[in-house]
Write a protein that binds this ligand. Sequence first.
Ligand code: NAD
Length: 326
Amino acid sequence: MANTDDAHKSENVGIIGSGLIGRSFAMLFAAAGYRPCIYDIKESQLDDALADTRKQLADLEKHGLLRGSLSAAEQHERISTTNDLAECVSDVFYIQECVYEREELKRSVWEKVDPMVGENTILASSASAIVPSKLSEGLVHRNNFIVVHPTNPPFYAPLVEIIPAPWTEAGIVQKVKALMTELGQSPVVLKKEIEGFVLNRIQYSIIGEYMRLLKEGIMSVEDLDKVMTDGLGVRYAFNGPLMTAYLNAEGFYEYGEKYRDMIFGIQKSFGEPIKMEGDILKQMQDEITRVVPMDAIHERRAKRDLRLTALSKLKKEMDRKDSENS
Ligand SMILES: NC(=O)c1ccc[n+]([C@@H]2O[C@H](COP(=O)([O-])OP(=O)(O)OC[C@H]3O[C@@H](n4cnc5c(N)ncnc54)[C@H](O)[C@@H]3O)[C@@H](O)[C@H]2O)c1
């Protein structure tokens, strides 16, 4: 059941936007015993959200991946919807905004919400790259504002980046971190804001280098993806790049001694970023559609989700064994 200490006097949570991420947050909160209420400007989206979360929760139950102690039906019963913003955000201890990634839109939503909330309500945005200071400057409750950036799909990839604005109270960071842990997510905190946060900066640096290697004719799209799925990605599913390096030598001093000049030399050759447009974009589209044609995308997504489910189960099982042995 939901926590009822001072930090969360109410079980109610407001979710603004009923797309992919709004639905996921609603399910995560419902699984932990909260009562999320989803608001959207499009009425039809709200109906879709209810039908889709019902199906997703039933699928998770079928695969043994449902969180918490409530059944899928009981979790779904906790999710409600509204087309009235005030109803969504009043009497809630936490709001997660999940509208399109457009600064003006997000700012206008928060300007409307700001006068509707109490002094202690936590105001969180799912923004993927827009820094919290740009979204909250000028809000009366800006000290309660924070970005909580999930990884998609949140049930299988539990990482959430927590990014405070310069004026966010330290207590809000701690409360949000505890809340995300309670939901079963894996929170990481940025000590200060930076455009793109961390996950997307790393992701885009990889895609940037992929485009350079394609442009220079070093490798095909199919083989480039294999470098990740059969190489780096396999390692990184269990150990991050820093732990991987540490384990690949007798500690970091030896790793630095052995590899620093090679690493530095390669890093210096990375050069200017390449824009995803024109010939490079066409090459990526042409080559990838030979592997998975456009009319098979749906099928490939289903395969991706099955594999993510299997990996998620394996990781859960290994974590359980680790905690039993510790
Ligand atoms: N999809 C991802 O992989 C992903 C991952 C992490 C974070 N995010 C971030 O989460 C946020 C939402 O992304 P998404 O993928 O769920 O988008 P989406 O397109 O699936 O859904 C956006 C929803 O917002 C609604 N909306 C638009 N204007 C609104 C308004 N004024 N008030 C209320 N609702 C409104 C739309 O009707 C739609 O239902 C974005 O900031 C995005 O960058 C997305």
